[in-house]
Design a protein around this ligand. Structure first.
Ligand code: GAR
Length: 190
């Protein structure tokens, strides 16, 4: 078995994807170790989840910094101290800037709740349902400077459930948790 990949997970919300990744690391299903959970939201539920799993948490609030570069330089310092080799975005609701993109070239991965390039950005599930599509889905992709525009690594279609965003979100989350693990495993074994 190859050495475990050291990953930092970035999250801003509930953290169900973080929890799925954390569990997969614990059980050995994913050959990786979460060395840091980075959040821009100190009150997010994902912080509780990380603390429960004894994962170190680093909180950086963008408003505490004068520039986006300064914000990301501080994050970068923490990532380097933790020895993170890959950055895994799991509901991190901010655009990644040049500081992190330069430090981790083609080593930042994101999951997005739509079949990109449809419905990039925030509230992708709400937008898909409002648009009346019958099928949406999940995309895992590398991160570049655009909004959900990087190289697509994996996609999975999900039916819109009863035209209802909450029910559709539930179906999407279930798919996300498996698709993220599988895609990360593939990436890390290359
Ligand atoms: C997930 O559905 C993820 O795909 C989405 O945020 C949710 C986070 O859920 N990400 C984006 O929309 C990124 N543009 P979680 O906090 O339960 O993992």
């Amino acid at each position: 078995m190859n050495q475990k990949m050291k990953i930092a997970v970035f999250a801003s919300g509930s953290g169900s994807n973080f929890a799925a990744i954390e569990e997969a690391c614990r059980t050995g299903e994913l050959n990786a170790e979460i060395v840091l959970m980075v959040t821009n939201k100190p009150d997010a539920f994902v912080v509780e989840r990380a603390e429960k799993g004894s994962i170190p948490v680093a909180t950086f609030r963008p408003k505490d910094f004068e520039t986006k570069d300064a914000y990301e330089e501080s994050i970068l310092h923490a990532l380097q101290e933790a020895g993170a080799e890959w950055l895994v975005l799991a509901g991190y609701m901010r655009l990644v800037g040049p500081v992190l993109l330069t430090a981790y070239p083609s080593r930042i991965v994101n999951i997005h709740p739509s079949l990109l390039p449809s419905f990039p950005g925030k509230d992708a599930i709400g937008k898909a349902v409002a648009h009346g599509v019958k099928v949406t889905g999940v995309t895992v992709h590398l991160v570049d400077e655009g909004m959900d525009t990087g190289q697509i690594l994996a996609q999975h279609a999900v039916r819109v459930v009863d035209g209802n965003p909450d029910k559709t979100a539930e179906a999407i989350h279930a798919v996300e948790h498996d698709l993220y693990k599988e895609t990360l495993n593939e990436l890390f074994s290359r």
